[in-house]
Design a protein around this ligand. Structure first.
Ligand SMILES: Nc1ncnc2c1ncn2[C@@H]1O[C@H](COP(=O)(O)OP(=O)(O)OP(=O)(O)O)[C@@H](O)[C@H]1O
Length: 228
């Protein structure tokens, strides 16, 4: 059982009159085997929460724990390894390398992380589910927003991470694709025992979620499932 926790996490940006409290005392647990949805309006702190959870930025106060171990106690190498090997990020900006084809995006992952990536059969299965096989020789600049989004999802899954953290992964997708992508995330949580956390405005994903939270004004409330 893999667990990523936020304990009483606060995040503030700026100072004085310009100070913004993006997260205001968040308690949260991402657990293997579950798909968790965090819904909230624009500016409610969703991306901030996800990036703190994935160790991309630090909290102002509070603790982030990986299987009970505080991030603060990780060495730089452990911290980098955690991000590379244990986390799959789907970021809003897709973060694909513009001068590499879709196929080369995966080749690059293999260079940076040669071991532990998806086996060929599972990779092929995801490629087909996400409908990106015909795009393999194209560059990100030649793809639509939805196509880039599906490639970014495949790339995040490719490293076979324990935690999949996705920021608005369906924003550019039509309803049919949302069903497929929601179903894929759900299957990955259930069948492969991964912890999937999705922050989104997209209510179409609700049916796939084990737990649903709302984030508003930096505070989290539970709509469905168990807090602990
Ligand atoms: N680097 C930053 N510097 C200053 N303020 C920031 C920074 N990042 C986020 N904020 C502020 O923190 C608050 C929460 O932002 P965040 O991006 O986490 O919200 P969000 O719910 O993800 O919004 P969206 O759905 O529009 O992406 C906002 O008021 C935002 O302006």
């Amino acid at each position: 059982m893999q667990k990523l926790e936020l304990k009483n996490v606060r995040k503030q940006f700026g100072h004085g009159l310009n100070q913004v409290t993006a997260l205001d005392g968040i308690d949260f647990e991402a657990r293997s085997g579950e798909l968790t949805l965090i819904l909230g309006p624009s500016g409610s702190g969703k991306s901030t929460m996800l990036t703190i959870l994935g160790n991309l930025q630090k909290a102002t106060d509070g603790e982030v724990l990986l299987n009970g171990q505080n991030f603060e106690n990780l060495t730089q190498k452990q911290s980098d390894d955690f991000r590379l090997k244990r986390i799959g990020f789907v970021l809003q900006s897709y973060n694909l390398v513009p001068y590499l084809t879709v196929k080369e995006q995966f080749d690059l992952v293999n260079k940076v992380k040669p071991k532990g990536n998806l086996d060929k059969q599972t990779f092929e299965e995801y490629i087909d589910k996400l409908g990106i096989r015909p795009l393999m020789n194209k560059y990100p600049g030649q793809l639509s927003g939805g196509q880039n989004q599906r490639v970014a999802i495949a790339r995040a899954l490719y490293t076979n991470p324990d935690f999949i953290l996705a920021d608005e992964p369906t924003a550019a997708l039509d309803s049919e694709r949302v069903k497929v992508v929601g179903g894929l995330f759900k299957d990955i949580a259930k069948e492969q025992d991964k912890a999937v956390v999705i922050v989104t405005h997209d209510l179409r994903l609700k049916e796939d979620a084990d737990r649903i939270y709302h984030l508003e004004d930096g505070k989290l409330s539970l709509e469905k499932g168990n807090q602990n």
